[in-house]
Ligand binder design. Structure first.
Ligand SMILES: N[C@@H](CCC(=O)N[C@@H](CS)C(=O)NCC(=O)O)C(=O)O
Length: 202
């Protein structure tokens, strides 16, 4: 058994953590917790009392929240993925919280009401409202990325991974209004680790 366990099927927010683990070349066990009741067993509730995925156990240390897990793993690995300066670390938190609070739920709403739900349960008004909510956020991302390849500058970091992984469903969206964000998203998903993580869910 590896020292690190990652709980959660790839077709969940665990995708974000699987991408990070592959990017960091970590040795881990992937525990296939899904929504078939396996997330509500006493064993799994002892890992994450909310019964949500993902969660990790690292050398006995339990952590949930996909994006917090990624910050932890990148920092613990001592990798170039985690920023070195205090300011870049703060920017990484800024972008991570932006992804969690400004992007995650409208993207989910849009995806549910365009592709995920069965056609009869989709409400175009919900999808349109979600796109309206997303527009200024994506414009902000686009403006940031017009003069740099990655969120913090020249190098791909965990800030990019966290935001891009939250934007997974937008790979099928229309980002023509935000070409710099679209080019950045494609750059992020062109990475070998991203391709490997995608292959686990598609
Ligand atoms: N903010 C959490 C959300 C976790 C979450 O809601 N996960 C979903 C799957 S993507 C889940 O486990 N839902 C089932 C449940 O909560 O019972 C994170 O980013 O990790």
């Amino acid at each position: 058994m590896a020292d690190l366990q990652i709980y959660g099927i790839a077709r969940s927010r665990a995708f974000r953590v699987l991408w990070a683990a592959k990017e960091l070349a970590l040795n881990y066990d992937h525990v296939q917790i899904g929504f078939d009741g396996s997330n509500k067993t006493p064993e799994y509730l002892a890992v994450n009392p909310l019964g949500a995925v993902p969660a990790i156990v690292d050398h006995g240390f339990k952590l949930s929240e996909s994006l917090a897990i990624n910050l932890y793993l990148a920092k613990r690995a001592g990798s170039g993925l985690y920023p070195a300066s205090l300011e870049d670390e703060a920017r990484t938190w800024q972008w991570t919280l932006f992804a969690a609070t400004e992007l995650d739920f409208p993207i989910l709403d849009w995806a549910r009401h365009t592709t995920v739900l069965p056609p009869e349960k989709r409400d175009p008004a919900v999808a349109a409202k979600a796109l309206g909510t997303l527009a200024p956020k994506l414009a902000h991302l686009d403006a940031t990325l017009r003069d740099r390849p990655y969120l913090l500058g020249e190098r791909f970091t965990i800030a990019d991974l966290n935001v891009a992984s939250v934007m997974y469903r937008l790979l099928w969206g229309d980002l023509t209004q935000t070409p710099a964000a679209k080019a950045w998203l494609d750059r992020c998903y062109d990475r070998p680790a991203a391709r490997e993580a995608r292959a686990l869910r598609e």
